[in-house]
Design a protein around this ligand. Structure first.
Ligand code: ZN
Length: 62
């Protein structure tokens, strides 16, 4: 089994972990109804995506 030759110093460990922070989710606004939407997702309020209706939400789905 491969084993590290040298101990990783806390400084190096910190340098590696400097990339580990998570960013807040980007919020876009629906072109149709101006509700906040997560990018690359259909609008949950009106069922639109890229300016056209994908899923009509008025009538209930089976
Ligand atoms: Zn919408």
């Amino acid at each position: 089994m491969a084993v590290p030759k040298r101990r990783i110093s806390s400084s190096r460990q910190g340098m590696r972990r400097s990339h580990h922070a998570i960013k807040p989710k980007q919020i876009q606004y629906c072109k149709n109804c101006d509700q906040p939407v997560i990018g690359h997702r259909m609008c949950a309020a009106c069922g639109h995506y890229k300016g056209r209706e994908i899923m009509p939400l008025d009538q209930k789905e089976e």
